[in-house]
Write a new protein. Structure first.
Length: 652
């Protein structure tokens, strides 16, 4: 019996030992992590610290950097970010510990050796710092890495003359005048020593001709000073004389001349660039595009015409033809900048129609553009240029002439060409706009849904989704609008230019369209009808609908924006008497659009109608009644420049 009991005890002890050993082994397995896992965790914390820095949460970032450095005191990234912040916060005791620890693992690390000298200097011991730097710089045989590290260190300490001297000594040691040219060029630009900066940039350009593009970008950041331009241009011309047949250098001078509005000289230099690059036409086409972008239409048109006429540019002729037509379009549009509809939720896709008003088919510029596009279609059939020309013709029909049927024919033909994906996408989106312009809202939704499914994940999805939301707005499907708009915000993302447009539509819907009694709901239907009519360019009908709405539902929520819309329509028809009466009613109440309306009245009178006296009257009222308006500074500036006394008009 005793033996059996002993056996059971021994057995129990063995089982307990096995369980204990297994537990230890399991615990060890659970706590052990592979080096790869640890590295991923540390990298995640490192990225988090950088995010905290970007958000201005320096203390939180510093705590993470301290943890990271303690975990891996040999990591250069952790060391660099940690010491940078410690220097910034002047935590010199901790810096000494960190630098010493890092050098203990990497005694020859040139960054840390430079930092140690920086620590001495920051504590006030400049002699020790200079002795330290000189000792280790010499020991490195004036290595370029140590030189650059020391140069940047001295700049961070605002020791600019010492920093420049470091580069001078390095150049003398290696016998190379081009050493650290880009660093010294950027350094001199930072100090405002622009001529010295240009000299170094040109040295950098000689090292590799591809560097001249960077050089050009940097020089164009210099102050817009005519005397400085003359000095810089002289240096560039001298460089051209000393360096034969380098197209990038001529291109640099062309950029400089363009920036200072010497357009003829810029064209001349660009022609030299073309001759040195076998007349590809790329440089001269880019220059023509730049001229268009700054509103120099005559220069652009002349340059496009030159490209078309010169046989050596025959490969660039199709693009030049399209560019010339585009120049005529832009010159025409430049004279049509002021539309009353632009002031209602400015630049918002949902409230501002895309039409251009006041241009007839007999307009000189539109006639020239039409003839060029027709020429491209006839002479370059079945090409990407054909698709682009057809699309542009459709745009002119749609936006300028408001010819919906004519536009549809050209959009359809451009789609059939099937050679240009970008043009195809634009045409698909525009056909949705045509359905809206016809008022065919029932056909709009299935058309958009079909194409969103077909092109899901592509750039075309967003503009189609915007038009789907616009269709819900015009149909008065307000609950669906709010739900769909939230989904659309997720699709767009906060950086999309249309993101704020959707937010404004949501706010407008909640403030004016959903709230209120049955009268407001009836008024909303009329209001949305008028909005659709404006999008259809049926402005007289829209005006009548709004007049009816304000006569029958003047006390509803929607009456406020409706009256502002009516004012815009009256201004469109140049009915000053009715415009003043409508604005007078807005000013007598508490309309949130009143200061915008006053600004619009003055702005249109000033710039569209050329009537400074009438404009000044409205500007004065705006300043008197809305002294805190965000537009007040601009209005005061305009009034000072007018030197005019506002004419009398009706009492407001």
């Amino acid at each position: 019996m005793i033996n059996r009991n002993n056996y059971n005890v021994i057995k129990l002890i063995k089982i307990s030992l096995i369980v204990f050993v297994c537990g230890i082994h399991l615990t060890a397995q659970q706590s052990w992590k592979s080096p790869e896992v640890i590295k991923r965790e540390l990298d995640t914390k490192y990225r988090l610290a950088i995010q905290f820095e970007q958000q201005g949460q320096i203390d939180r970032a510093l705590d993470i950097y301290q943890y990271l450095f303690d975990q891996d005191p040999t990591n250069a990234n952790y060391y660099s970010r940690y010491t940078y912040r410690l220097f910034e916060l002047k935590k010199y005791d901790r810096l000494e510990q960190v630098i010493s620890s890092y050098l203990g693992n990497k005694p020859k690390d040139e960054t840390a050796l430079t930092d140690l000298g920086k620590l001495y200097f920051s504590r006030g011991d400049t002699v020790l710092a200079e002795q330290h730097w000189e000792k280790y710089w010499k020991a490195s045989n004036y290595s370029q890495f140590f030189t650059q590290s020391l140069f940047n260190c001295l700049i961070s300490l605002r020791q600019y003359d010492r920093a420049e001297n470091v580069i001078t000594l390095a150049r003398e040691h290696f016998g190379r005048e081009d050493l650290f040219a880009i660093e010294l060029a950027n350094f001199q630009m930072m100090r405002g020593k622009y001529i010295k900066s240009v000299q170094e940039y040109l040295i950098y350009g000689r090292q590799n001709h591809r560097n001249y593009q960077y050089v050009s970008n940097q020089i164009l950041r210099f102050p817009n000073d005519s005397s400085l331009f003359i000095q810089i241009d002289s240096l560039v011309q001298l460089e051209i004389l000393q360096t034969k047949d380098v197209p990038d250098l001529y291109e640099l001078r062309a950029d400089l001349l363009f920036r200072f509005k010497h357009y003829n000289a810029a064209i001349e230099q660009t022609m030299i660039v073309e001759s040195l690059r076998n007349n590809t036409g790329n440089a001269v086409l880019d220059l023509a595009t730049d001229l268009l972008s700054v509103g120099e239409f005559t220069f652009a048109e002349q340059l496009y015409t030159t490209i078309i006429k010169k046989p050596e540019f025959r490969a660039a002729v199709p693009k030049a033809l399209l560019g010339l037509a585009d120049a005529f379009e832009k010159e025409m549009l430049a004279e049509q900048n002021y539309s009353p509809f632009d002031y209602f939720y400015r630049d918002n896709f949902f409230f501002v129609p895309e039409y251009i008003y006041g241009v007839s088919a007999s307009d000189y510029y539109i006639g020239r553009a039409f003839s060029i596009y027709d020429s491209v279609i006839v002479n370059l059939p079945k090409s990407t240029y054909t698709a682009k020309a057809l699309y542009r013709l459709a745009e002119l029909r749609f936006r300028i002439l408001h010819d919906i049927d004519g536009a549809e024919r050209f959009y359809t033909d451009a789609l059939k060409s099937g050679l240009d994906n970008e043009t195809r996408d634009q045409c698909i989106v525009r056909q949705a706009d045509l359905l809206i312009a016809r008022g065919e809202l029932k056909e709009l939704q299935p058309y958009i849904r079909k194409n969103i499914v077909k092109y899901s994940g592509r750039t075309i999805e967003k503009p189609l989704a915007l038009r789907y939301l616009l269709g819900l707005y015009y149909q008065g499907e307000l609950d669906s609008l709010l739900i769909y708009s939230n989904d659309l915000l997720g699709l767009l993302g906060v950086n999309d230019p249309y993101f704020n447009d959707v937010i404004e539509l949501q706010n407008f819907t909640e403030q004016f369209l959903i709230s209120g009694d049955s009268d407001n709901r009836n008024a909303v239907r009329d209001y949305l009808k008028s909005e659709l009519l404006i999008r259809q360019s049926k402005l007289s009908e829209a005006r009548e609908v709004l007049i009816y709405l304000l006569e029958n539902y003047k006390d509803t929520e929607i009456a406020m924006p409706a009256r502002y819309r009516l004012l815009q329509l009256e201004l469109f028809f140049n009915d000053r008497e009715q415009s003043e009466m409508t604005l007078n009613f807005m000013l007598s109440g508490s309309s949130q659009f009143a200061d915008d309306a006053l600004y619009m009245m003055g702005d249109l009178a000033h710039f569209r109608d050329g009537d400074a006296h009438y404009a000044a009257w409205w500007y004065q009222i705006l300043l008197e009644q809305y002294p805190n308006s965000f537009m007040k500074d601009e209005i005061r500036k305009r009034l000072r420049s007018m030197h005019t006394t506002p004419q009398n008009t009706q009492e407001l």
